[in-house]
Ligand binder design. Sequence first.
Ligand SMILES: O=P(O)(O)OC[C@H]1O[C@H](O)[C@H](O)[C@@H](O)[C@@H]1O
Length: 615
Amino acid sequence: MASSVLRLCRPPVHVSASQSDVCGKTSSEKLHPQVLLSLRSNTLSTRLVGKQFNSKSDSRSFLSRRSRKAMATRAAVSTGSESTLTQAVDFKKLQNGSDIRGVAVDGVEGESVNLTEAVAEAIGAAFAAWLLDRKNADFTTKPRVSLGHDSRISAKSIQNAVARGIAGAGLDVIEYGLASTPAMFNSTLTVRDDLFCPVEGAIMITASHLPYNRNGLKFFTSDGGLNKKDISDILTRADKIYHVMSKESTNTAETVAKKVTHSVDYMEQYTADLVDAVRKGAGGVERPLEGFHIVVDAGNGAGGFFAGRVLEPLGAVTTGSQFLEPDGMFPNHIPNPEDKKAMEAITKAVLDQKADLGIIFDTDVDRAAAVDSSGRELNRNRLIALLSAIVLEQHPGTTIVTDSVTSDGLTKFIEQKLGGKHHRFKRGYKNVIDEGIRLNSVGEETHLAIETSGHGALKENHWLDDGAYLMVKLLIKLAAAKASGEGSGSKVLSDLIADLDDPAISSELRFKIDQSHPDIGSEGFKAYGQQVLDHLDGVVASDSNLEKAAVNHEGIRVSGYGGWFLLRLSLHDPVLPLNIEGPSQEATKKLGEFVLTAVKDFKALDTSALQKYVA
Ligand SMILES: O=P(O)(O)OC[C@H]1O[C@H](O)[C@H](O)[C@@H](O)[C@@H]1O
């Protein structure tokens, strides 16, 4: 991506009149109390504020004024001031691995709102404080945070609240409006002053494919997405900030936010990068997709841009593309390439339109899948196989990192057919991508890290988790094949994976752990789940048809009866997911029966799905 490849130092940015209003002495009196707390013991922010005041003594007095006000605010809280926000919120519960997720809209029974505007405001302020506190951060100018969102109905209110938190903390806010998660990360790399890029931090407001009442936040710096530890840190800070917030401080932050928020069309830059990547990959041709008919299904999420702003400028016809308009009620299907109905919808569109290819995204466009002209789904193992084939043509022998639920057929394909190495790691896109980065750092060359969910990142694209870029790789292949006379249409893609063994049966069953069951000890469901796994591990040897995977990074993976199973702990939920694949129902039933016998005495585990499966 042209503008993003170089990580240049940003030239100092002129502080505008409105910005100096906010940073200067006069308006410091008006600053948001939550900021005072976030800045209180913050040396980096002291440095930053000191720069803006151009004098250490000014900055000291600025902080001490702030500290006094913060202490006063906290005192008000402890004496029960009426202006304090009182709704109790368990901030820890908002963590979902390396994201934040919660309920933002009322209306679903049993799901009360915990991602309120006040909570979102506190999280915005906490991220600002975290950013200023980062080790080795050396901000020579006032840091900026970009904010984007998907099509959810709560998007705007959460965005405004987060903006208040960031602005109140003394940082600038750059609003992108409807955007994609990968675009947000990209904005930390792009060098373009008129777009206020690169930003020091980026936030995407999204809950991916979850129902309409949820929302969440994903955070980025130029180092990539934040990890679990960072998110815990931000939520701990947010919890403290939340308790010193008041209606008055929110109003003040609102006034500040109006002054320091800039709205830009960053998606123009991001989509131009995608278009350039295809043109470059296709040998510099302006309209390399001329003659191709490609339909897009955005599921009413944020991915509708791909048809009009990527495919059409490249010459493709996109007639019959569907659900491109953002609609946070997701009236047509869940925007999720792992969802059966969603895949059926795009398949139907491809067949109805007699299109060459179909492309489908999840709500925030960090996941994608495709469908070829015959209606064959190119998702999960097939998508990984396809991208492996493309990447291994460019980088013979390289390692492909995947999640843990990939098939044995995929390993055979990557290693025996393509001559690469399959490194099957853990579930979780961040785990997978981080493992790709780690392998490279210890000298094992890898260029692709990809999950069956449709998350995937390439080394050539800054390890950016980007569903749209995965599709760009397919488009380059199509265009290049046409240009070289190798073939037109999507057959060139299907041919690449002709030798991939598809399992006849592939199932995922999820066993809930009843956390209120008396068998769950004080160490909780994770320890209980681990006991189940340890027990299973111990009994595998009792069946001579079974063999434990020699290398395995997650749960218990066992081969047998021509198939395999993997039982592991869910990344986020009190659940043990079981994946089973095999050449026949008879084989998968045998594997299922073995697991059922092994775990049946664990009474807190709901194995009813497996009982049905083997019946
Ligand atoms: O462990 P599970 O419950 O199956 O969930 C695992 C999945 O969680 C989220 O959806 C992440 O985005 C995925 O990257 C991950 O694979």
